[in-house]
Write a protein that binds this ligand. Structure first.
Ligand code: ACO
Length: 158
């Protein structure tokens, strides 16, 4: 089932707004890690009426390079096309802002996410070995596979 698009608006959130931490924690289980990038990022929120049902956090890594640090859709709205819609929105924003390269990283075990990112046009370019072992206190397991490495993907825009 696809979400009824006219009901959903994707908007840039103010840096001072209250961030929906519950949603952000779905994509990144460390609040400390989220705090390290959220204040220097652009935040795009998908709103259905007044409820934030999706979020995409994009940091500016260097001139003309953006990295999607956090992409999350509320669990009861997952699998209905919103994640893909948020990604397309951010890709369009990056193009408008003359960004040369858009990056995104996900865990070696995040098979569905790796599928989605490649489906919208990202290509795997690097592996940050032991990223999750080095940066997170708790073990993270997805699809029965331990998350150890960060798989980096890129999209060249200009
Ligand atoms: N497992 C299997 N397939 C998936 C998954 C998954 N976890 N996520 C997306 N897909 C596939 C869908 O089946 C769909 O395939 P199709 O177009 O061939 O039918 C396609 O990808 C698009 O799916 P959407 O419905 O747009 O995805 P959704 O709205 O569920 O958003 C997201 C995807 C953001 C990964 C969401 O499931 C979520 O919030 N998951 C928990 C948090 C998370 O893992 N976030 C990403 C971490 S990496 C990072 O933040 C940079």
């Amino acid at each position: 089932m696809k979400l009824n698009e006219p009901d959903i608006v994707i908007k840039r959130m103010e840096a001072t707004a209250d961030f929906p931490m519950e949603l952000l924690l779905l994509a990144d289980p460390s609040e400390e890690m989220i705090q390290s990038y959220i204040y220097r990022s652009r935040i795009y929120a998908a709103l259905k009426e007044k409820e934030t049902i999706g979020i995409c956090v994009v940091s500016m890594e260097e001139e003309n390079v953006w990295e999607i640090r956090n992409l999350a859709v509320a669990s009861h709205f997952q699998g209905q096309g919103l994640g893909q819609q948020l990604l397309q929105h951010v890709i369009a924003e990056a193009k408008l802002n003359k960004v040369a390269k858009l990056m995104i990283g996900t865990a070696n075990a995040s098979v569905g996410q790796l599928y989605l990112y490649q489906k919208v046009g990202f290509e795997i370019t690097a592996i940050r070995k032991n990223f999750f072992l080095d940066h997170y206190d708790m073990p993270i397991v997805e699809n029965g596979i331990p998350c150890k490495h960060m798989i980096m993907l890129e999209m060249v825009l200009g």
